[in-house]
Design a protein around this ligand. Structure first.
Ligand code: G1P
Length: 300
């Protein structure tokens, strides 16, 4: 099953961040274009949305993000050259995973936080539920998460957030949820949320990972959400208001994800993601794993 039965059509991918953690690599290149093995990180995210049956992808971009549009457009000259050379293997690698017509772009202008980025999607999304995917979190395609979230939205209405349980010393890096169990083992009711709680102040170890199914009521809430953590308009703060008062846009539930998630948000996690995915690749993995074993044995 995919999200096609749930009325979900549109995906929003915020991609306006400056990527300062990866400077100088991201001085002129969007961080979303950094390769994870041999595909830009953003391509995994777009493929996840399409695999879930979403057919309309809106990217929230900003200055210096032209490469994103180029990447998802066809490059006929390159295709012709590879075809003339008979290099069908490489040609297949640039065959579009997404029809360029399914991708749309809007610029955030003044980057005022994730909540503000999502608000920029309102004219495109209109009055229908939609999905938000954050590019720093990659979800393994073998562990579908969005389809489960779509089912939960269908069952309860309102909004649905992806959660993971993490070690308590990691909670301060994320939005954190107070939760109550439901009859479904992997679904919780969210009663409160706090963005990046100070150590010792976290209500639980259930943290928000970057997948959301949002009721359009979130837009009106975002419009009046004051800057929060870091002086930015936080999506977490808008969701907290929805969770506190379900007459606004229905309840907020969490799907507790136990599958494989790869973080590409900082340099260490990014490197770990690449090594793990390279090891698993059929074409690159065998040689790479042997080399890695040797490297470790040498104690470097
Ligand atoms: C954002 C959200 C945070 C969430 C995280 C998931 O934070 O604000 O609530 O837990 O993504 O990756 P960021 O990592 O962009 O600072």
């Amino acid at each position: 099953m995919n999200t096609a039965h749930s009325g979900l059509v549109k995906a929003v991918i915020p991609a306006a961040g400056l990527g300062t953690r990866f400077l100088p690599a991201t001085k002129a290149t969007p961080k979303e274009m950094l390769p994870v093995v041999d595909k830009p990180a953003i391509q995994y995210v777009v493929e996840e949305a399409l695999a879930a049956g979403l057919t309309d992808v809106l990217m929230i971009t900003g200055r210096n993000k032209y490469a994103l549009e180029e990447h998802f457009d066809r490059n006929c000259e390159l295709e012709d050259t590879l075809r003339r050379k008979g290099d069908y293997e490489r040609l297949s690698r640039i065959e579009q995973s997404a029809d360029p017509a399914t991708l749309h772009y809007v610029r955030q202008g003044d980057p005022r936080g994730l909540g503000h980025a999502v608000l920029c999607a309102q004219p495109h999304v209109g009055d229908e539920p939609f999905v938000v995917l954050l590019g720093d979190d990659l979800i393994d395609p073998r562990d579908p998460l969005l389809t489960r979230m779509a089912e939960v939205r269908q069952e309860f209405g309102g909004s649905v957030v992806a959660l993971m349980e993490v070690d308590p010393d990691q909670v301060h890096l994320y939005g954190c949820a107070s939760v109550r169990p439901t009859a479904d083992e992997d679904v919780v009711r969210i009663t409160d949320l706090v963005e990046k709680p100070a150590p010792g102040e976290a209500p639980s170890n259930h943290v928000v990972i970057g997948r959301y199914v949002l009721d359009p009521a979130v837009f009106e809430v975002l419009r009046t959400t004051e800057p929060g953590r870091g002086g930015e308009i936080q999506l977490t703060d808008a969701l907290r208001r929805l969770a506190e008062d379900e007459t606004i846009g229905g309840p907020v539930h969490g799907v507790v994800f136990k599958g494989r998630r790869y973080d590409t948000g900082d340099r260490g996690d990014y490197l770990r993601t690449i090594v793990r995915l390279a090891c698993e690749r059929e074409d690159l993995g065998p040689d790479f794993r042997a080399w890695l074993r040797q490297l470790v044995a040498e104690g470097s």
